[in-house]
Design a protein around this ligand. Structure first.
Ligand SMILES: *Cc1c(COP(=O)(O)O)cnc(C)c1O
Length: 514
């Protein structure tokens, strides 16, 4: 236990467990903080004392020892190697987080992204020396336009939420060009939306009017018509939606929105379910972001980096942000201004996440058009395989019909067990699985949202399904204790996540000497 009460050894966290002298459990090593392992008198380097010099720091020169713990090189290597083994990642096992699309990242992408011509680019180097990079951005942009059937694309947004902001800023610019940005200040958002949608609307100074979904989980054109009014500037609709369902009234919704003089923003984070099958441009969408880090592989653990290019319809193309890649003769250049452009400004310094562009383009080239279509089909097939394989044990709010790329369950089936979605999720950790997304979407009670992705083999899905079936049967047959105690086999048990988020202790202080 350290001075903040943080358990530093499993024995502190769980006194009842059979304790080992070291705190290690087999080859699962317990690792203390570097401040707790390091020593002030140890160092991994042996530098010669500097020749006499006169400091120019004056009064700012440090007078006491710096107080940073030192480690020998082997100790430093072990410290970080052991910490890295506490990371669960898609390279270690199935990662069924719904709404996040954690899929295998082909090593080919990684290799190509590390080519020095891409990896060592500097955003300020002369454009004539970055022609290959610009050509790649342009080729990726063309592929995204072909896949979406849209007219223009902004490559610079750096995440899905950033893309939403970009798309909505273009919509606001279009409204302003009509002199309606003040009067049309409302955005319609279904209540099942990802939290970033209402947050984006609020960020650009628009207010949100909720649109209810029907009992079958999708939004009807009638509900949208009922919410449309002269003060509405846009709708933000996710398709496929956060319940894993295709918004089958989307064409009628787009029509109603356009007739009412508003724009249609589509949250395209779930594009990996429909890519190659349907194009937002054909559905009447005006702007949509694509999460390259969800649909086109590219690693996105730990919150970044991502890339959220936004595609625009003909009606919004001229408001897309700068810069644009333009061609003059054989050379490519970045244009801040173009004749047919009323760009609202820029989304970021420079031109976007180059490393993500390279990975996404490698993914697209290695799949080809037919391969991308098959990736969508396989993602949908895998999700439905899970949905059907668990249907007799776990309740699903919309389980009577096929889902798209993620299977949604609720907690009705746990009702008599005295257990919650959280208990079930924690028990999955003991089986070696990262839990699925829980308690989202909010519109479904005790939601469990499972997205297997297309990159899991049938054998891997079968093992996952069998593990979940086994747990589900134990849950309903009254084996409460193992669930309430779970996770038993993880380095830590249940942590106070709320307190950790609200009162994070990010600073280490030396424990009082005993
Ligand atoms: C992931 C996601 C977002 C946000 O994307 P980020 O890249 O995390 O900012 C928005 N909407 C939906 C439906 C998502 O799944």
């Amino acid at each position: 236990m350290n001075s903040h009460g943080r358990p530093t050894r499993p024995a502190d966290a769980e006194p009842t467990r059979h304790a080992t002298f070291t705190g290690n459990r087999g080859l699962d090593m317990e690792e203390a903080l570097i401040f707790e392992t390091g020593r002030l008198d140890a160092t991994g380097v042996d530098l010669e004392a500097p020749a006499p010099f006169s400091s120019r720091l004056g009064a700012h020169a440090r007078r006491e020892a710096i107080g940073l713990p030192g480690l020998t090189e082997p100790e430093a290597v072990r410290h970080y190697a052991r910490l890295s083994r506490n990371n669960y990642s898609i390279d270690v096992g199935l990662y069924p987080l719904g709404s996040c699309t954690m899929k295998h990242n082909p090593r080919l992408n990684e290799k190509v992204a590390r080519l020095p011509g891409f990896a060592d680019l500097h955003p300020l180097q002369p454009v004539s020396t970055a022609q290959g990079a610009l050509a790649l951005i342009e080729a990726l942009a063309e592929a995204l336009l072909a896949l979406t059937g849209m007219s223009a694309v902004a490559m610079s947004p750096k995440a899905g939420a950033h893309g939403e902001l970009c798309g909505m800023m273009a919509i606001k610019a279009a409204l302003a060009a009509r002199g309606e940005d003040k009067t049309r200040s409302v955005v319609l958002v279904p209540d099942s939306a990802h939290g970033t949608n209402p947050a984006t609307a609020a960020l650009i100074g628009m207010s949100v009017r909720a649109v209810p979904a029907d009992a079958d989980g999708v939004v009807s054109a009638d509900s949208v018509r009922a919410a449309l009014a002269p003060d509405v500037g846009a709708i933000m609709l996710t398709n496929p939606n956060t319940c894993g369902l295709f918004e089958r009234n989307i064409v009628a919704i787009a029509e109603a929105v356009h007739v009412a003089g508003a724009y249609f923003y589509c949250d395209g984070a779930n594009f990996n379910a429909v890519m190659g099958k349907t194009r937002p441009g054909d559905l009447g969408v005006d702007a949509m972001h694509i999460n390259l880090h969800k649909t086109f592989s590219t690693p996105h653990g730990g919150g970044g980096p991502g890339a959220g290019p936004v595609v625009f319809s003909e009606r919004l193309a001229r408001y897309a942000p700068a810069p644009r890649i333009v061609r003059s003769g054989d050379a490519l250049a970045l244009a801040e201004h173009a004749e047919d452009s009323e760009a609202f400004g820029r989304m970021s310094a420079f031109h976007g996440q180059m490393g993500m562009f390279v990975r996404a383009y490698a993914y697209i080239l290695s799949h080809g058009g037919d391969g991308l279509k098959q990736a969508s089909e396989d993602a949908v097939l895998a999700a439905n395989y899970i949905r059907v394989s668990l249907a007799d044990l776990m309740s699903a709010p919309f389980g009577d019909r096929p889902c798209m790329h993620e299977a949604l369950f609720d907690d009705r089936w746990l009702k008599d067990s005295g257990l919650t979605t959280l208990d079930f999720a924690k028990a999955m950790i003991d089986e070696g699985y990262h839990p699925m997304t829980v308690y989202f979407p909010l519109v479904v009670h005790g939601a469990m949202l499972i997205e297997p992705t297309e990159s899991e083999s049938k054998a891997s899905l079968d093992l996952f399904i069998m593990a979940l079936r086994d747990l589900a049967m134990k849950a309903v047959s009254g084996e409460r204790e193992r669930f309430l105690a779970a996770p038993i086999h993880a380095p830590r048990r249940r942590l106070d996540e709320t307190r950790a988020a609200r009162q994070p202790v990010l600073r280490w202080t030396s424990p009082a000497p005993v």
